[in-house]
Write a protein that binds this ligand. Structure first.
Ligand code: HEC
Length: 144
């Protein structure tokens, strides 16, 4: 009896662990996208071995003066400085948390990811994010 109880609790623990591990991993589609970012990044700089969560964190928290709007902008302007919290667009629309640790829909759809990088990088940096920046950013978010 005790043995069976032990066995079933062991099974439950194992299942939870497997699930937790799966939660922090990118989907196949997203891994393909990340691989293509890395290949592109390595074309610019062959010394790049992998993406950096630290660099992604810097990008997320960086603030920059917009040359035409003359206002400081950063990813945190809309997403707040806590990725686990809901943010807001300038128009006041609520944005769900960007951290995949609390929002499992994050970084699951390459099309969505690309669409928003395109818009938001332009809004903040007045240019597109490089493949390296995108890879670093996702690596940072997945590390949370
Ligand atoms: C002007 C407001 C605003 C700023 C600034 C902003 N974002 Fe966003 N972001 C949004 C909105 C709106 C969405 C889409 C709504 C949603 O996904 O909840 C979004 C979604 C995203 C997504 C999609 C993630 C996914 O898989 O769901 C990525 C990637 C992203 N933003 C990256 C960035 C980066 C990188 C920066 C800084 C360079 C940034 N954002 C700054 C408003 C903003």
């Amino acid at each position: 009896m005790v043995f069976r109880l032990l066995l079933s609790s062991l099974l439950v623990i194992t299942l939870f662990t497997v699930e937790a591990m799966a939660g922090s991993k990118l989907s196949t589609e997203m891994s393909v996208l990340m691989d293509s970012y890395l290949k592109e990044a390595q074309k610019q700089d062959p010394s790049i071995k992998n993406f950096s969560a630290e660099a992604g964190k810097k990008l997320f928290f960086a603030k920059r003066m917009h040359t035409k709007k003359h206002k400081e902008r950063g990813c945190t302007t809309c997403h707040t400085s806590d990725p686990a919290k809901s943010g807001k667009t300038p128009a006041g629309k609520v944005i769900k948390p960007v951290s995949p640790a609390v929002n499992k829909d994050r970084f699951t759809t390459p099309k969505k990811v690309e669409k928003w990088f395109k818009r938001n990088c332009k809004w903040v940096l007045e240019r597109q994010c490089t493949p390296r920046e995108k890879g670093d950013y996702i690596t940072f978010m997945m590390s949370l």
